[in-house]
Design a protein around this ligand. Sequence first.
Ligand code: HAM
Length: 456
Amino acid sequence: MPPETALWNRVEQTAHEVFATFGYGEIRPPIFEPTELFARAVGGETDIVSKEMYSFPDPPQTPMEFVQATLGRIGQEQFALLESDPEKLQDFMRELAELQDVTLVSLRPEATASVCRAYIEHNMQQLPQPVKLYYVGPMFRRERPQKGRYRQFYQIGAEVLGGSDAPAIDAEVIEMLMTYFDKVGLHGATLYINSIGHNADNCRRGYVAQLRTALEKVKDKLGPDSQRRIDTNPLRVLDSKLESEQAIIATLPHIADHLCDDCKAHYAAVKRQLEIRGVLYEENWRLVRGLDYYMRTTFEITAPGLGSQNAVCGGGRYDGLVELLGGPPTKGIGFAIGEDRLILSLQESGKGQKGQGRDVYIAWMGEHAYAAAIHAAKDLRKAGLSVELPPVEQKFGKALGQADKLGAKYALILGDNEVSEGLWTLKTLSTGEQEKFPEPELIEFLRQQKNVSSYL
Ligand code: HAM
């Protein structure tokens, strides 16, 4: 709602401007896509796909209607089980949809998959490479809502797709991100980076095997979530925020010691490239990210004032994702900023715009004055000033009170006397000072004030 939307607009406008200076073009992916796209790209075992997506059969039915219609009457017991376990229901729906040749669609939980789908569908590999795209819009995840975590939230994201995985591309993406945060006025942000290597025995796969062995040894000291992840996705154990697990996690092997030579060299070059660009970073060996498509460079940015949900941006490299979705071999890297969190952090640091304000409130009285007021409003608005012109006549006292409440900078006082004299009164509301001007000078004066303030 206003006045907060003014801040949202400024944050988005700054993204359009900064990203354009780096040669990015805007893409507007659809709000929903086949569920299968997200399942393949983000990964069936991830939290996002296994429990957080809003999925529907197309044509729409509730998930339970779909299950019943597809299977006929399922037993009471099975029905109750599915109804009480959303994760099982999702799995079951996906299996049935495949069997019955029904399309399941999902509200997008993220947009990287859609951008890769569009790259393939529109043959973007034939454009000059790399293709640099960005997007702004709502995403949907059925998470437990809390401060900074919503079921409909907004992302500002960017993706670079093409034939090269040069470390300079990784570094420039991050440089653009930090330039943007700086421009938008986010201070105290910390950039964390890591490399999670690539999926090979002499690299991440080998590391994961060692990690699993190490985790098995301490299994009984871990909580149920981490215990489960030893089998499904041991890397995610490193993400744990559980206080009781921190000391154990600190003793686990580090991925940096198990990267293959190519991934090690790539990571070292990314760090060097960041240094050349003057981008400050901290390394965090536990930064593994919650989506399956990542490889090599991963990064996250935290910002102050957000409590436990303090990641304001996440991203990384995802070579091979386009190929996985049926396209040509393609390298990719990108990020997404959580816009809601960015706004929260800006507000907490006092950077949020207060009040929507008005430049001029026109306090008019009398029929002649009203005609002059309408023309004055037209001229001032044309010059870009925000003008409030009350639709009915009010006593001056009441009008000035209203102007104050709206946070107007000036009240333009127009009575029939002022109009016949050709001298209009301008009151500066913060000081109470009043000055008379001939009409053309007054409009010119306000116009200049506007120009001055837009340069400040
Ligand atoms: P992600 O880490 O899942 O990555 O999300 C990126 C950012 O979106 C998070 O750092 C957070 O600020 C915000 N976010 C995520 N979930 C919520 C929520 N429920 N409420 C509010 N904010 C949220 C991705 O989505 C990847 N697609 C990023 C990417 C692009 N990687 C490569 N290219």
